[in-house]
Design a protein around this ligand. Structure first.
Ligand code: SAM
Length: 676
């Protein structure tokens, strides 16, 4: 318990829980008072504590569950217990129900068949003042003959009949409460009362779902496995049950995260503090939580761990305007306001604005050579890059500017419709501008010594723009050769730009990269690499930097997202469909946690779980376009999560980013990023 406020919080949650149980009809004040006193959260793995007072069963280790609070209360009530009575509980699980009985003044004997659970429960019970409870590890269907007879027996696992041993171990007048069913996973709760030496009365209470009672007088392990329904509707049941075990293991392995705005949120990134490059992904291009989380993590990497470069999936010339702003460099005359092209909301939004304002303020306290840059890796804004090269040369070498103008004239007809360039070259190859743009890049590079005397930063910006023109020229030509070729060209360009940025910044350079999961998660672990021949930035970083690169994916379940119906279409706020059942995201959803980090690294995550998470499952990718009506075909592909990322961040419920719309009237929106 971290502090008094938190403790108070728990007490209130417990009060609410008990209020709900009473509202559902449990009247026994001894039961209700005991449940008010027992801290349910202490019986859960750390990752589930936040949900301790949810009205639902919760996963504990070994694929087992801690029963729903109402059911714990109901069973204690129908057993009609009085203080000082001796009660046998079958299925210790977490130990919580035993603790509640103990808090009612009962002498509790509890049996658990799974040693790890039983031992853990014994330790937790002792630690929290329930040391009087006797825990035995073994087959509870045999009862506990040495301690018999009992006033009551309560079983928290379901069998097909009442074990004979239990009947024999009940005192006259004793009560037995247990789930009974024809199948191991669906039961009715019954109460059996011993009304004579060999006479028992049975009462049917209500439908319940417990884990199977496995043992000599219960189900066999094989039955518990194989007796699942075989109807077509239930054909998915085995997979679902496997998933339930997997979810429980994931829940035990994850680190739950507080709200993004909580200062403790970003601590989770400290594990990658010593990396050269930390790549932070996103499962869509329009989700507020992804931007805010990346901002919080990046701030920590900058403030605490010496990262001095933020490189994002934005066009170089547009990001340059931003970089000048955050590093207090003078703004250039001339260029259009940045991020005016589709998809404007991706970088022209409130979340990015907040981050860049922070970065500007952070940089104000640093000398200019130490200020943290904000750079673009992408290659789409061909016309702005051409203009930037020409403007630069006009200033430093007007003669060279004339030559550049002639070379770039080749692309002039397509400056605003570059995709048409690729089409034109397809039918008239002589129109290709490849030689001209490469010659221009070479000319700039050859003049390095001469130009760099002026302003190193400006020279670097200009050469990057010239590189971009050369890459974009190839990119637009390749669009008609197949998706893989153009994709690979673009990601190679992003990777080379990142390398250039790191080299330019010198030996101590450390970069945080923000881009979509499809660029950051290792493509060779997904259908991109396995079926489509695509590579990506994350994969190239792993190859180049090895252990010095960290690939972090960010994903979500449902909510809203900013996206368009079609390329160049207007932005809409769309509802994100709930994740598919066969996806990695669905496993995360199963933990019920609103946010968590799962460290997927070998040596950190246990190997068995890593292997399971490496089995290909669907994963959702929403870009700037979202088509919910064809979601499966348009937005899912198979991925091996544990190889794709080093860590995975989960945000169950997410909302769209807040776009800043140019011309919307808000002064700051029109002068973005400079408005204050
Ligand atoms: N009372 C538990 C609590 O509060 O955490 C919930 C128990 S969980 C629903 C059921 C437990 O019964 C599981 O831990 C399971 O391993 C255990 N179990 C199943 N068959 C058993 C048997 N024959 N003997 C003892 N325990 C058994």
């Amino acid at each position: 318990m971290r502090n008094r406020a938190e403790q108070q919080d728990r007490i209130e949650q417990r009060r609410d829980m008990v209020g709900q149980i009473a509202a559902r009809g449990v009247r026994d004040t001894r039961v209700l008072e005991a449940m008010l006193r027992v801290p349910r959260e202490r019986f859960l793995p750390a990752s589930m504590r936040e949900h301790a007072y949810d009205d639902s069963p919760l996963p504990i280790a070994e694929g087992q569950t801690l029963s729903q609070p109402y059911i714990v209360a109901l069973m204690a009530e129908v057993a009609t217990l009085r203080p000082g009575e001796r009660v046998l509980e079958i299925g210790t699980g977490s130990g919580y129900a035993a603790a509640v009985l103990c808090a009612m003044g009962i002498e509790v004997f509890t049996v658990e068949r799974l040693a790890r659970l039983g031992e853990d429960a014994r330790a937790v019970l002792e630690k929290h003042g329930f040391g009087g409870i006797q825990v035995r590890i073994g087959d509870g269907t045999l009862g506990w003959p040495e301690q018999a007879p009992f006033d009551a027996i309560i079983a928290t696992a379901g069998g097909s009949q009442v074990p004979e041993h239990w009947k024999g171990q009940l005192k006259p007048g004793g009560r037995l409460v247990m789930p009974i069913g024809d199948t191991p996973r669906q039961q009715r709760l019954i109460r059996v009362t011993r009304v004579g030496d060999q006479r028992f009365e049975q009462q049917d209470l209500e439908a319940v779902r417990f884990v199977p009672l496995i043992g000599e007088q219960g189900w066999s392990e094989a039955q518990a496995e194989s007796s699942r329904p075989r109807s077509p509707a239930a054909a998915r049941a085995p997979a679902e049950d496997d998933d339930a075990a997997l979810v429980a293991d994931i829940a035990a392995a994850v680190e739950p995260l507080p709200e993004i705005d909580d200062p403790a949120f970003a601590r989770c990134i400290d594990r990658f503090a010593d990396r050269r490059v930390v790549l932070l992904g996103e499962a869509s291009h329009g989700t507020s939580e992804f931007y805010r989380a990346r901002a919080a993590l990046t701030r920590r990497l900058i403030e605490r761990h010496g990262f001095n470069l933020v490189a994002v999936e934005a066009d170089w010339p547009d990001a340059e305007v931003m970089d000048r702003y955050v590093r207090h460099r003078p703004a250039l005359d001339g260029p259009d306001p940045p991020f005016q092209r589709f998809p404007t909301w991706m970088w022209r939004n409130r979340e990015v604005q907040d981050f860049t304002r922070w970065l500007k303020a952070h940089n104000a306290g640093l000398t200019s050579d130490r200020r943290v840059g904000f750079r673009g890796l992408d290659l789409y804004n061909l016309s702005a890059s051409i203009r930037a090269v020409l403007d630069y040369l006009e200033e430093v070498d007007p003669h060279a500017a004339r030559a550049a103008r002639q070379r770039y004239a080749c692309l002039a007809p397509w400056r605003n419709t570059p995709a048409a360039y690729g089409r034109a070259v397809l039918s008239e190859p002589e129109k290709a501008c490849e030689e001209a743009v490469i010659a221009q890049l070479r000319a700039l590079l050859e003049k390095q010594l001469e130009y760099v005397n002026g302003d190193q930063d400006r020279y670097f910006d200009a050469t990057q723009n010239a590189r971009l023109v050369a890459s974009a020229e190839r990119y637009y030509r390749s669009l008609y050769h197949g998706a893989a070729e153009s994709w690979n060209l673009r990601d190679r360009h992003m990777f080379e730009t990142l390398e250039n940025l790191l080299a330019e910044r010198g030996g101590d350079s450390k970069a945080v990269v923000w881009a979509h999961n499809s660029h950051i998660g290792d493509a060779s672990a997904t259908d991109m690499g396995r079926q489509r021949g695509e590579l990506n930035l994350g994969q190239l970083c792993r190859k180049r930097f090895g252990e010095q690169a960290a690939l972090v994916g960010l994903s979500t379940h449902a909510g809203t997202v900013a996206a368009a119906d079609d390329w160049d279409g207007p932005m809409r706020i769309k509802t994100v469909r709930p994740v598919r059942q066969d996806s990695h995201e669905h496993l995360a959803l199963g933990t019920s946690l609103p946010r968590f980090l799962l460290d997927l690294r070998s040596g950190v995550l246990n190997e068995a779980l890593r292997r399971r998470l490496d089995q290909p499952r669907r994963e959702r990718f929403i870009g700037v376009i979202y088509r919910p009506e064809t979601e499966l075909q348009s937005h899912y592909m198979k991925a091996s999560l544990a190889s794709q990322f080093d860590a995975w961040l989960w945000f169950r419920d997410t909302q769209a980013v807040t776009p800043l719309v140019a011309g919307s009237g808000g002064a700051e929106d029109d002068t973005y990023p400079f408005g204050t």
